[in-house]
Design a binder for this molecule. Sequence first.
Ligand code: G3P
Ligand code: CA
Length: 219
Amino acid sequence: MLKIGHRGAKGYVAENTLASFQKAIDLKVDGIELDVHLSSDGEIMVIHDETIDRTTNGKGFVKDFTSVQLKQFGIPTLTEVLDLMNHDFSVNIELKSNDSVEKVITLIEKYVFENNWNYNNFIISSFLWRNLEVVSQRNNQIKIGVLTEDSIEKALAFAKEIKAFSINPYFKLLNAENVKLMHNEGFQIHTWTVNSSEDITFVKSLPVDGIISDFPDKI
Ligand code: G3P
Ligand code: CA
């Protein structure tokens, strides 16, 4: 069962920062999950919201700042995060918008061909399923995680259609029966965001294949 640090180690250090990813490494995770948006100059930035308001002392849309400006607010580029991690980790890149998919695919290909990373190091996930169709058409070696917060049934049907690697459901959607169904269809299950000991015990019992948690050391 993979221990995956949500936005780094969000329970301990400010989310989606280099310090948070370092904390996840220190906590001996198997992988990390992070969120991306594009800057005005087309850099892939690691931030959850479409604005910088909640997580920095600035205000405005990510897409209206250059990468240099965003870095000054403590927001890392995806390249910086990948360079901090190494090939022993898996990185789940969640696409929060529709404009970054091509750039993320190209960056993954660069790390595989030039930096000795393996396709197994990466998963692209999104609630915006159109992005996942693009990934499956552009490069079928990149693993895809179908995110859902409301329907295992729809996620399963779509995962089959695009030959996804995993289904990534909100943990409260899960039960022994639907977990079996997804496993029988050959999908891994990476569930989120599981933080209390009680909930972690529950998803482990199902069982799932990956647990995304703000407190990955509790898994
Ligand atoms: O990838 C799972 C989880 O991160 C999805 O929800 O809002 O934390 O991005 P959110
Ligand atoms: Ca996320």
